[in-house]
Write a protein that binds this ligand. Structure first.
Ligand SMILES: [Zn+2]
Length: 283
C-alpha cells in the first residue's frame, strides 16, 4: 500500500481490507465499467504506476474536470489505485449525465477487438474489485447495477445495451473480457465471474490458495517430510545402542568402552576388530 501524489496504490489482496475500513457517506447504487483505451498495454511498458495515474489526471484536468475522472483504476498487473482527489464519497466523472449514485472504475488497457488481451492478473483483480464493492455497498451483481459505459448515449441516457451509432462509446471495449460490450456479453462473460468471486469471499476463502499453490505446498511438505525422516534416520544411525550383531564384540571390548552407544560405523569396526583379535574369518 503506497500513497504518492494524488493516488493510493494497493495490491489486489489488500483491497478488501482497505475497503472495509472506508466510511461511505453517499448513496452508491451502480458500478460503472470502463477501459482507458489510452493508456493501454503498449504505453504501460516500463512505466511507473504513479506516472501513469498522474498522466490520466492531467488529461482530465485539461478537460476542465476538477480532478481525476474515475474513483478507482485497475492495472494490467492487478494493482488497484484509488484516486485521492476523487475518493469513493465523491461523484465521479465517468459517464456524462449518469454519475450521481455511481462509482467509476477504469480498467487500464484497450479492450476493443484487436486491442490488448487482458492479463490473468488484471482479470482476477477486476472480478475481485467489483465483488468487494458489491459486498461493501450491498449492490446486486447484475447488469442493472454493474453497467458498461457503452449502454448510455452521449447525453447520458440509458440505452440498456451497446447499440452502434447510438452508444456514446464502445467502452469498456468490443472484446471486453473476451466477450464484448453488449448486455448479453456482460451477462455471460463478466457477471458470473463477479458472482463466483462474491461467493468465494463470503465463504471466507479470501485467502484461499489456488489449486496450483496447494499442489506446490503439498509437494514442498512431502520433500520436507522425506528430509526430516532421512535426518532422523541418520541421527539414529549416528548414536545407536549396541545392535544384536555386535553383542559379542561389545562384551569382549566392554572394559575398554566408556559409552554404551555409538555410530553404525563404530559397531561395524568393533565387530571386525573382534573377529581379527579372535581369528574369526567370515568365510
Ligand atoms: Zn468509459
Amino acid at each position: 500500500m503506497i500513497t504518492k501524489g494524488n493516488f493510493l496504490l494497493l495490491e489486489s489482496s489488500e483491497f478488501f481490507g482497505w475497503l472495509q475500513q472506508q466510511k461511505i457517506t453517499r448513496t452508491i447504487t451502480r458500478l460503472q465499467v470502463h477501459h482507458t483505451w489510452l493508456p493501454n498495454y503498449a504505453t504501460r511498458k516500463n512505466q511507473d504506476h504513479f506516472k501513469c495515474l498522474e498522466g490520466i489526471r492531467n488529461t482530465h484536468l485539461a478537460n476542465g474536470w476538477n480532478g481525476t475522472g474515475q474513483n478507482i483504476t485497475v492495472f494490467e498487473d492487478g494493482k488497484i489505485a484509488i484516486s485521492l482527489d476523487r475518493n469513493l464519497n465523491t461523484v465521479p466523472a465517468g459517464i456524462k449525465g449518469a454519475n450521481t449514485g455511481a462509482l467509476c472504475v477504469e480498467t487500464i488497457g484497450n479492450f476493443d477487438i484487436s486491442g490488448d488481451t487482458m492479463t490473468d492478473l488484471q482479470r482476477q483483480a477486476v472480478l475481485h474489485l467489483y465483488a468487494c464493492l458489491a459486498i461493501k455497498l450491498n449492490i446486486p451483481v447484475d447488469t442493472n447495477h454493474i453497467v458498461y459505459h457503452a449502454w448510455y448515449t452521449p447525453a447520458g441516457d440509458w440505452l440498456g445495451d451497446y447499440i452502434q451509432g447510438r452508444s456514446s462509446k464502445t467502452c469498456p471495449g468490443t472484446n471486453f473480457f473476451g466477450h464484448g460490450n453488449t448486455r448479453l456479453a456482460a451477462s455471460r462473460g463478466f457477471i458470473p465471474g463477479i458472482q463466483a468471486e462474491v461467493q468465494r469471499i463470503k465463504n471466507g476463502d479470501e485467502e484461499a490458495m489456488t489449486a496450483t499453490e496447494k499442489k506446490q505446498m503439498d509437494d514442498l511438505k512431502a520433500t520436507v517430510d522425506a528430509q526430516t525422516k532421512w535426518i532422523e534416520g541418520e541421527k539414529a544411525k549416528a548414536n545407536m545402542s549396541c545392535p544384536s550383531w555386535a553383542k559379542s564384540a561389545y562384551e569382549f571390548y566392554k572394559p575398554y568402552i566408556s559409552d554404551s552407544t555409538g555410530s553404525y560405523d563404530f559397531w561395524r569396526k568393533l565387530v571386525i576388530d573382534y573377529r581379527k583379535e579372535n581369528g574369526i574369518k567370515v568365510q
